[in-house]
Design a protein around this ligand. Structure first.
Ligand code: HEM
Length: 504
């Protein structure tokens, strides 16, 4: 595994005129001369050539824009392939490009990922891409907020995610997983993507909001549906600001308003009750900042809606992709079955039917490997965006203020420098030697640094408990023959994923 290095010709200022504009753009002739003006040309170009032609040593090599403009539809359809082509030929692990006149840099080395998320985190904010995505739906929630407001709210909400606290949610997680397993026992074919989403939504409703999805809680499901539709690339309205009065935008705004009103009622009920929980709703109901002010109603709504969105869809995808891969990889499934039988009892033995608990799943190394491998190959959050707030050094490169930075999990997790046969689903690769040798940010499904996923422990425990509950009982077989990605806000299957569950 090699560390990132600049090529030795980087230091040459070939044309020596220093004639580079503010952003360090290459003039068109020099650029096309070195890249050849085609995707193949892009592959052939070396970073040193490009940097030399630009007379600029420190800026990441720039992809020729001409072929990329023509490939914009592909960015929407298949970002994985797009980013691969963008990066192909650049052994610099950094490439500059622009989309819709936004200057961007893609970084694909784990050390650069770590620099952006951790070491130089203060030089970045979430920025344009995120604020556009969350505009009109949860601009003040934890995923999209910035600066002081983010820091003080993150501190306030953190206790709902302490390890001890998360483990108290285990009964609800297992109870809901058992209910799903009972439904699957009676079904011939299961639509696992839809059922996994329903399962994780019920778990969020119970653990974070202290309610179920009936009565007032029904709005949680409606809000989840509305957000999913809003963030789907198939919905044309998702490209328009939320205030443009299309029918679907109007429905979306109405659903969000109703969600806010119902949540205000739930918060008021919680305030009036003696219940002294420290789930999310209780924390928000009691929230008071150091200066004695309390949280605005819309900010409370933004937090809650963020947790509905961030807290269920991602984990549902983790469950879906994992069950899909296990169904197609009977050897991996058999290994997991025998590990689960050791922990929870084999079917037909007196211990069989033990419910999964945090203690029982804590040291299951193969289950850990299955989850890590699934998050590697099919990362539900498949790209991470930042915007540089000042000129910042990342490895050998200077990223100019205002640049959008993308650090795509989907690309870094499939790099054959870190993973042999990277497109194969192979939990056995996760040996302790491999874990020791892996660069820390070659696997970052939950991000990293101050803005890392607050729900990391919650999601991991939930997935492990649900998988243990279901797979200690069933063998799973594929029904759907193949699945492609649909690149939405998260990495979704492009069609219903149908599996068959047989009692063991
Ligand atoms: C497999 C499941 C999950 C994955 C893959 C995932 C992934 C991520 C990633 C990559 C980030 C960082 C985004 C960035 O740096 O821009 C993030 C942030 C976040 N996630 Fe998750 N997440 C998962 C589950 C959850 C759950 C269960 C919750 C809540 C119950 C949650 C709540 C959040 C929140 C609130 C943030 C924003 C944190 C902040 O900026 O302070 N996530 N998640």
């Amino acid at each position: 595994m090699s560390a990132p290095t600049r090529t030795d010709t980087d230091d040459e200022d070939v044309d020596g005129d220093g004639d580079v504009d503010d952003r360090g753009d290459v003039d068109a002739d020099a650029s096309s001369a070195t890249t050849g003006g085609s995707v193949d040309g892009l592959r052939a170009a070396r970073p040193a050539d490009v940097a030399a032609a630009r007379g600029d040593r420190d800026r990441p090599p720039r992809a020729d824009e001409a072929p990329l403009v023509g490939k914009l539809p592909q960015l929407a359809r298949d970002p994985d392939e797009y980013y691969r082509e963008l990066g192909a030929g650049y052994d610099a692990d950094a490439v500059a490009y622009s989309v819709n006149r936004t200057e961007a840099v893609m970084l694909t080395h784990p050390e650069y990922v770590q620099a952006v998320l951790v070491e130089e985190a203060s030089a970045f904010r979430k920025g344009e891409v995120l604020s556009r995505a969350f505009d009109g739906f949860a601009p003040n929630g934890l995923v999209a907020s910035e600066g002081e407001q983010w820091a003080r709210d993150r501190k306030l909400l953190q206790p709902a995610f302490y390890r001890e606290r998360v483990e108290t949610y285990a009964d609800a997680m297992v109870g809901e997983a058992e209910r799903t397993a009972d439904e699957w026992a009676d079904a011939d074919v299961v639509r696992v993507d839809a059922d996994a989403r329903n399962l994780t939504l019920r778990i969020i409703a119970r653990t974070m909001f202290g309610t179920d999805l009936s009565g007032k809680g029904a709005i949680i499901g409606e809000a989840a549906e509305a957000i999913l539709a809003r963030t789907s690339p198939q919905n044309l309205s998702s490209f328009l600001p939320v205030w443009v009065p299309t029918p679907s935008n109007r429905r979306f705004v109405a659903t969000m308003r109703e969600f806010r009103d119902v949540m205000s009622e739930l918060v008021a009920e919680r305030r009036a009750s003696d219940e002294d929980g420290d789930d999310l709703l209780s924390i928000l109901a009691d929230a008071e900042y150091d200066d004695g002010t309390s949280m605005d109603r819309d900010v409370v709504k933004d937090h809650l809606v963020t947790f509905v969105f961030a807290g269920h869809e991602t984990t549902a995808l983790l469950l879906t992709w994992t069950l899909w891969e296990l169904a197609r990889n009977p050897d991996a499934q058999a290994t997991l079955h025998s590990e689960l039988d050791g922990a929870l009892g084999s079917p037909g033995t007196p211990a069989a039917g033990e419910s999964a608990t945090p203690d029982a799943v804590r040291d299951l190394q193969y289950l850990d490997a299955v989850v890590d491998e699934s998050l590697r190959l099919h990362p539900p959050a498949y790209n991470t965006f930042r915007e540089a707030t000042r000129d910042v050094e990342v490895g050998p490169w200077t990223i100019p203020a205002g640049t959008t930075v993308t650090i795509p999990q989907l690309v870094v997790h499939r790099d054959d420098r870190w993973y042999d046969d990277p497109l194969a689903f192979d939990p056995d690769r996760w040996t302790s030697a491999m874990r020791d040798a892996l660069p820390e940010y070659a696997h970052y499904p939950f991000g990293g640094g101050p803005r890392s996923c607050i729900g990391n422990r919650f999601a991991t425990l939930e997935a492990k408990l649900a998988l243990a509950t279901v797979l200690s009982r069933f063998e799973v077989e594929p029904v759907t023959e193949s699945v492609e990605y649909q690149y939405s806000a998260t990495l979704q299957p492009d069609r219903p994923v149908e599996l068959r569950f047989r009692e063991r």
